[in-house]
Design a protein around this ligand. Structure first.
Ligand code: M6R
Length: 634
């Protein structure tokens, strides 16, 4: 988490840094800060100006508007607190004792306690509780030592001091460093946290994510782990951890990085819910165009051998992506007949299952930067390669919405869900894009492995083609219905969501959505599980929202809903309109579609209901407390 941006050029840095931070605010918004170096007239030695503000970026903006932060070189940070409260003293940049060295960092320095103890023993006083603050102090110590050893060239001194310091750090970092004595040198480095360099006209930037470059440049070069780069107005030099110069050619950002605006919508989340019909439309155009052969019904470019050789699938993901993966695993098993298991990426790394042959590992992450998911994929790849047995070799596929992300660089096969930039922290349209991608995969596996007849495959493809229009109508209708219904639940403390089979993950997703944006306690259960304990929670104060779609478990879900009603729960149904669904106190109707397709529709009223409850509560829907869009720490 946290976003960093740094710049060296010929224009006033603070304006560009703030603009970059605005685009990175989704990575954290507890506090923000920046530092610049500038020189007094006629002097070569510079001074650092450091400005920090608690809360959203706008507070920093106001501070700079009054105080200013001169200089053509600078570093900026937007924070998601890990070590220490989100207040000004813990906000980045952090500086050394004499405020000569300033550092911004994203990641976690795991050995910071030992490093801090050592520095404190030498008399250094710390101003923050962060893990980061050890870095400027260590650099400063190294600079003093290098000077004593006779190194005189300032640029070389800073480079060596940063390199030495990096050798002492354990954990993950992307960082940027400036020094008052080198007013035109910026040093950046990374290990297990993303960092990309941008090449613009007369200026060089560096940021956690290419979105910070929108409007500045499309020419980029991602840094590799343990590399560091020296940026001056004259150019960029990249080095490995041993100080060996690296030569790589920058590339162009793929696709358009449009600066997205809310338009007529009050929040990005609502806009993104509305965009789902477009997401589906685009997906159909790309992956399900007319005229594909029955043996390859989806436009995915993998060789036949890719599908044929796979006997089981394991999927690693977190949060909403994991819920999409659960629907995916249901489809892959029940529609395509391939044993599929979903893991919390954060658990998989420390308790993986015994190795099985011919397994495809899928990593699902909309941001492509989730540290838990990336680390789990690396771990799985390493343990498989160590076996040196073809049957156990590592086959990995990534599903992401950010094709420029670390995930895309890490795995050999990638599918871009193409949902377009999602700004709201609560994932909505990217969830739909992930679901659709799993439909595509399941259909391809079913076709290639001949687990379903051409008729069955054709049927599901035809149903998928109807989804964009169904979504369009559904969103319009349910925006009104849920807006009205939400008033009733503004002061509710607990909500229970029930689903079964392919819609159980939708119940989980609905509970997550409600929790994260409205701060109301919510749980999702498989409907049949209520009687084994959770039913004890029910009384008239706990609404039960039940997903009941036509199919094998329809009657069962209705019976489970009756059981809740008998305990005085207010019952809301997500179901097609029929005499059977009259048991619900409120019905949020969805069209009658096959059970396979239903999750693509049932999720809509649930997203909208969460949205309206949170909006009625007057909460910051797009940037809920304690969260960040991209979770780059483990
Ligand atoms: O970028 P990812 O899909 O890997 O993110 C995983 C979760 O952090 C994410 O889905 C989170 O749960 C969202 N805030 C859900 O709305």
């Amino acid at each position: 988490m946290c976003g960093i941006v740094a710049l060296v050029g010929s224009r006033e840095a603070s304006t560009i840094l703030v603009e970059g931070l605005r685009k990175l605010e989704y990575r954290g918004y507890d506090s923000a800060g920046l530092a610049t170096v500038s020189t007094h007239k006629g002097s070569k030695k510079g001074f650092i100006t450091c400005k920090k503000a608690e809360g959203k970026l706008v507070n920093l903006l106001n501070l700079i508007a009054t105080d200013g932060a001169p200089g053509h070189i600078g570093i900026g940070h937007t924070r998601w607190a890990t070590h220490g409260k989100p207040d000004v003293k813990n906000a980045h940049p952090h500086v050394d004792t004499l405020s000569q060295v300033a550092v911004v960092q994203n990641g976690i320095i795991e050995n910071h306690t030992v490093l801090r103890d050592n520095l404190q023993k030498q008399g250094i006083q710390f101003c923050s509780e962060t893990d980061t603050e050890v870095i400027p102090h260590l650099i400063s110590e190294a600079l003093i030592r290098l000077q004593e050893e006779g190194v005189t060239a300032k640029e070389e001194m800073l480079f060596l001091a940063v390199r030495e310091t990096l050798d002492l750090l354990q954990g993950s970092y992307a960082l940027a460093v400036i020094w008052a004595e080198t007013p035109d040198v910026l040093i950046v480095a990374k290990n297990k946290a993303p960092l990309v360099i941008g090449f613009a006209q007369g200026e060089f930037l560096c940021a956690s994510d290419t979105s910070a470059f929108a409007g500045f440049t499309r020419t980029i070069l991602p840094l590799e782990d343990r590399e560091l780069a020296l940026l001056t107005p004259l150019g960029v030099e990249i080095y490995d951890s041993l100080g060996k110069r690296q030569h790589r050619t920058p590339s162009l950002i793929v696709g358009s990085e449009k600066d997205v605006e809310k338009g007529q919508f009050r929040h990005f989340m609502l806009k993104e819910i509305y965009e789902q019909s477009e997401t589906a439309d685009q997906w159909i155009r790309r992956f399900l165009p007319n005229g594909l052969s029955p043996s390859s019904p989806i436009a995915l470019s993998f060789e036949d051998s890719f599908y044929e050789s796979i006997e089981a699938i394991q999927i690693l993901a977190c949060g909403t992506s994991r819920h999409a993966a659960m629907v995916g695993a249901h489809l892959l098993e029940q529609f395509a007949g391939i044993p599929s298991t979903v893991f919390f990426a954060s658990e998989f790394r420390y308790a993986p299952p015994p190795l099985a042959p011919n397994v495809l590992t899928i990593g699902v992450t909309q941001s492509g930067e989730t540290a838990d998911t990336l680390a789990a994929l690396i771990m799985e790849s390493e343990r498989r390669s160590s076996l040196k047995n073809n049957l156990f070799s590592s086959r990995q596929l990534g599903i992401t919405n950010r094709i420029e992300s670390s995930l895309a660089r890490q795995v050999s096969n990638i599918i871009d869900i193409g949902a377009g930039l999602e700004v709201g922290v609560a994932a909505t349209k990217t969830f739909l894009g992930q679901l659709l991608t799993f439909y595509g995969l399941a259909i391809m596996f079913a076709a290639k492995k001949k687990r379903r007849s051409s008729k069955e495959i054709n049927e599901i493809c035809c149903q998928l083609r109807l989804v964009p229009n169904q979504l369009r109508d559904l969103i319009k209708t349910h925006n009104k219905l849920t807006e009205k219904l939400a008033h009733q639940f503004v002061n509710t403390k607990d909500v229970i969501f029930l689903g079964r089979g392919i819609n159980y993950p939708i119940a989980l997703e609905a509970a997550l959505k409600l929790k994260e944006i409205s701060y109301i306690h919510a749980e999702g259960f498989p409907a049949g599980e209520m009687k084994h304990g959770p039913i004890a929670l029910l009384d008239y104060k706990v609404p039960v929202i039940s997903i009941a779609t036509q199919g094998v478990v329809f009657e069962k879900v209705l019976s489970n809903a009756q059981e809740a009603k008998a305990r005085d729960a207010c019952l809301i149904g997500i179901a097609p309109e029929s005499s059977e669904t009259e048991i619900f106190d409120h019905l949020l109707p969805i069209p009658k579609v096959s059970e396979w397709i239903s999750p693509l529709l049932t999720v809509i009223p649930l997203q909208l209901l969460s949205y309206h409850i949170a909006a009625h509560r007057g909460l910051d829907v797009d940037q809920p407390r304690n969260l960040a869009k991209s979770v780059t720490v483990e």
